[in-house]
Design a protein around this ligand. Structure first.
Ligand code: CP
Length: 494
């Protein structure tokens, strides 16, 4: 697939082979540093300019990217503190990004509090975007350095037992790491978290679907004694809802799982404790006593960030193969035409001279259908029939005179009342009839149910909601930006 010109948005855009390429190059660079030969890579990005835009605080990611850019001879521009920028004046994200592209940045590294911000950035610009963490969604470069740390301590990335502890609900590092490790074979995960911070079902399904296994436990010591890698994470107060309930939840769970050296007495000799850091000294999930044990590897893990980021930047600018993304085409309409029966002119739809007839509307969906078609408008002439079929099933038939219906409205009908049919009447003839059907993609029709998604209208970032239909019966959807999966019970029309 090649790396030159490639964006790094989600681990799901990468394969096990891709990770292997990045890790191998990072190992080469690490060796050069260790041998005192870092000068051999100091011109790799000479003359390049890379922007680093950190809308959220960071120590490791921001500073290791900064070091990597400089170590490879490129120029770094950007900011690490948005409160000193025009963001505070209400500047939209896309404008900030375009400015840096106009200032000749040839790649942008972005950290943002909203899920899907990196995908939106990549959609909006022509230059590569590197996701340095987007909300609770993804942190792909962290995952690459985690994989490097696992590989160098265990010698492999498969057949491992991995304990993942802490904030598994909002923890983007755990989401990215688990997704990546499922691309290798025979890994087993042990999840330890407070009840309110459980690993989302999507990742549990992913583990099973890719042939791995997992267990959920409340016993940190027991898990520590079983695993090869114990991946601790901070309970992220900043991601809890900003409500009294959110605060109470945080206080209740912040100290539930804390790793002390005394819990590591009977562990496997190859155990390594990792942590993406920072840890929180006020609700310590990783006690200082662990630092002096042979199992602690989180400081080396953070150092690996430099080599991974150097490797990635080198590949993005210098790989011999240009990245060619296979752009998948999605059908935006799926209205299924059927041949109108001659008798359709008569009976219940005959009275309409021009307009549409919608049949098989579920009785409890009329309110939504009325809203889609704007039936409250007094200018619109419609009538509604209630029918009980011989099998007892109830349905509504709606006749709307002098009204056509756009593709987008047909898609909306498919979302709210997927069994309905629409007949188009001209001069009392049915000129077209068909069954509404969910298309492959819903553009600007259904809202992402994730309140932290960049496409949420409250953020006014101009990211048009794009929802893929991944299953029709039962309907299942996935957001283009934040990758959240949801069923029809969470569907809300825009
Ligand atoms: N691991 C990590 O992302 O750390 P920072 O927040 O300090 O960048």
């Amino acid at each position: 697939m090649g790396f030159k010109g490639r964006s790094v948005i989600s681990v799901n855009d990468f394969s096990a082979r891709d990770f292997d390429i990045v890790l191998k190059r990072a190992e080469e660079f690490k060796n050069l540093h260790k041998q005192g030969n870092a000068n051999k890579i100091s011109d790799l990005l000479k003359g390049k300019r890379i922007a680093s835009l950190f809308f959220e605080p960071s120590t490791r990611t921001e500073k290791s990217f900064d070091a990597a850019i400089k170590n490879l001879g490129a120029e770094a521009i950007g900011f690490g503190n948005p409160s000193n920028t025009s963001v505070v004046k209400g500047e939209p994200l896309v404008d900030s990004l375009r400015m840096f592209e106009n200032y000749d940045a040839q790649a942008i590294i972005i950290r943002h509090n909203l899920d899907g911000a990196a995908r939106f950035a990549a959609d909006s610009l022509k230059i590569p975007i590197i996701n340095a963490g987007d909300g609770k969604n993804q942190h792909p470069t962290q995952t690459m350095l985690d994989l490097l740390s696992i590989k160098e301590t265990q010698g492999k990335l498969d057949g491992l037992k991995i304990g993942v502890v802490g904030d598994l609900k909002y923890g983007r590092t755990t989401h990215s790491l688990v997704s990546a490790l499922t691309m290798f074979s025979s890994n087993k995960f042990y999840f330890v978290s407070p009840d309110v911070l459980k690993m989302p079902l999507y990742y549990l399904d992913l583990i099973k679907n890719r042939g791995h296994d997992y267990e959920i436990s409340n016993d940190l010591q027991e898990v520590a004694e079983k695993v090869d890698i114990l991946y601790m994470t901070r309970i992220q107060q900043e991601r809890f809802p900003d409500t009294m309930e959110g605060k109470e939840d945080y206080d209740r769970v912040k100290n539930l799982f804390s790793l002390h050296a005394k819990l590591l007495k009977n562990v496997k000799p190859n155990l390594k404790v990792l942590h993406p850091l920072p840890r929180n000294k006020n609700a310590i999930e990783l006690d200082y006593s662990v630092d002096n044990t042979e199992y602690a590897y989180y400081i080396q893990q953070a150092q690996n960030g430099i080599y991974i980021r150097e490797a990635l930047l080198d590949l993005i600018f210098n790989d011999s193969e240009i990245y060619t993304e296979k752009k998948q085409e999605y059908k935006t309409a799926s209205f299924q035409n059927v041949k109108p029966r001659p008798s359709a002119k008569k009976g219940i739809i005959a009275p309409i001279e021009n307009g549409i007839v919608i049949d098989h509307i579920a009785p409890d969906k009329f309110k939504e259908v009325s809203s889609i078609l704007g039936l409250k408008d007094p200018e619109i002439n419609f009538s509604l029939g209630r029918v009980t079929r011989t099998n007892g099933e109830k349905k509504l038939i709606l006749k709307v005179s002098n009204r056509n219906i756009s593709e987008s409205l047909l898609n909306m009908l498919a979302v709210v009342t997927p069994d309905s049919t629409v007949s188009f009447i001209e001069h009392s003839n049915v000129v077209r009839k068909g069954k509404v059907k969910l298309p492959e993609i819903l553009n600007n029709i259904v809202a992402c149910p994730n309140s932290s998604c960049i496409s949420n209208l409250i953020y006014k970032e101009g990211a048009m909601p794009m929802i893929y239909v991944i299953n029709r019966e039962p309907a299942m959807f996935i957001c283009h930006y934040c990758n959240i999966r949801f069923g029809e019970n969470r569907v809300k029309l825009i």
